[in-house]
Design a protein around this ligand. Sequence first.
Ligand code: GLN
Length: 278
Amino acid sequence: MQIVDAVKNAQQKLVKSDSARLDAEVLLCSVLKCERTHLYTYPEQSLSSKEIRSFDELVALRAQGHPIAHLIQKKEFWSLELKVTTDTLIPRPETEILVQAALNCIPNETPCSILELGTGTGAISIAIASDRQLANITATDIKHSALQVAQLNAESHHLNNITFVKANWFDIKNIDTYDLIVSNPPYISNDDPHLVQGDVRFEPESALVSGKEGLDDLHIIITGAKKHLNTNGWLLLEHGFQQGKAIRQLLEENNFSTISTLKDYSNLDRVSIGQWLS
Ligand code: GLN
């Protein structure tokens, strides 16, 4: 079978995906270890029976709904390729807004200490570390398996200014105070209908769900952060699109200043920020 036919067949099997053609191409590239342009330059290239078998397996899993990032075991974030497994949340484009907001709080050539809570693939810390060489970052996760992925990702980008620590939120051995605390915690309500749709069905519930309102972990982080921020330090949080008001209120109740909320690419509340002045 030739590349052109393999892609066409797969596209038909993936009709339920709204990106069937792209999915087929990306999966075939992962089998052939090539760029997408290769598929268009050499459409008549024949596939070996082993390549066909591997491709068919991936297409069948995709047809069942498995996320592309899990099938090809990687995802691009902040122009960095990251390894992804079923132990971690798949990095989302909107989380780049959180990274940009954090970078805006960190002067370029000044040392600065950062704590990331719930790092997953390491995406946020790795993106910050790659733009701020003088940042000294501690990144935590409650799951050992996630920390292993994050560590590998940091190594593959040659970053040695991130220390990975297994911890449940602020329950960190030898915890310090920081200039900036950042987190994309679980924030989905446990009865949210989205949990049975799309990619999230295959992602760890522990990285997604946080109580009845989705606010349990955000509450722990906001109340805990003030004890661990240096004067003028920043707290930056990703949250659900309907949680902006609740988060701003929590920040206010906990005596944070300079409170603001940033919108995501769909113009919905997504990231809130507060500063610890005292
Ligand atoms: N943004 C993710 C989603 O809705 C959720 C991430 C999270 O809970 N931190 O798919």
